[in-house]
Design a binder for this molecule. Structure first.
Ligand code: HEC
Ligand code: HEC
Length: 148
């Protein structure tokens, strides 16, 4: 009797697992950007894009856009002790490096108080500024530059 109960529990447990897997792999016809793959199926990581070589600053697409980064940023570290970006873009260093200085907005707290140094909310530059690579758009879109 005991053996039978164990076997029955096992069958029920296995049944449960297979039902769970079925639920996960059923995408219901939905297709995501990673293709028509079941959620629990692995995919290959996309190949890395080559970032553009250093170039002139690029046109902005709308007013208040954080300008995109027109140069490579590989190895540029931003952490508690140092900020590589500011070694060229800060008001102390921009003249020597020839970089655009960060604008005044970068000194403001979210309540609009101007600080003497970069505001913590603008410290991690790549939250907003990103380098560029030539790629195909992931989805078709009809976006038009609104700053022209
Ligand atoms: C070695 C110096 C140097 C470092 C380090 C550096 N930059 Fe630059 N950056 C420049 C120069 C030079 C330009 C181009 C200025 C020009 O040609 O007018 C530039 C341009 C830019 C621009 C475009 C400005 C505009 O008006 O369009 C952005 C944004 C920018 N950098 C962000 C960053 C970020 C973020 C980092 C850190 C990840 C960084 N930079 C690190 C030198 C540097
Ligand atoms: C929270 C978003 C955000 C972060 C973080 C941020 N920026 Fe910006 N940045 C902007 C926006 C938006 C603009 C354009 C409007 C403005 O000047 O505020 C800008 C403009 C700039 C410009 C062009 C200034 C000009 O006079 O045209 C430079 C250079 C720049 N940022 C560099 C940096 C650097 C370096 C850091 C890191 C220390 C940084 N930014 C962090 C949003 C951000």
């Amino acid at each position: 009797m005991k053996k039978f109960t164990v076997a029955l529990t096992l069958v029920m447990a296995l049944g449960g697992i297979s039902m769970a897997t079925q639920a996960v792999s059923d995408t219901g016809g939905m297709k995501s950007l990673r293709g028509a793959k079941a959620l629990d199926e692995g995919t290959r990581a996309p190949t890395m894009h080559k970032f553009n070589k250093d170039e002139e600053p690029m046109k902005r697409s709308y007013v208040q856009q954080p300008p995109v980064i027109p140069h490579k940023v590989r190895g540029y570290k931003v952490d508690l002790n140092s900020n590589k970006c500011l070694s060229c873009h800060s008001w102390d260093n921009y003249k020597e490096s020839g970089a655009t200085k960060v604008s005044l907005t970068h000194f403001n707290t979210r309540d609009g108080h101007a600080l003497a140094d970069i505001s913590p909310r603008r410290y991690f530059c790549m939250q907003c500024h990103v380098p560029q690579a030539v790629t195909e758009p992931l989805v078709e879109n009809t976006y038009k530059n609104s700053a022209e």
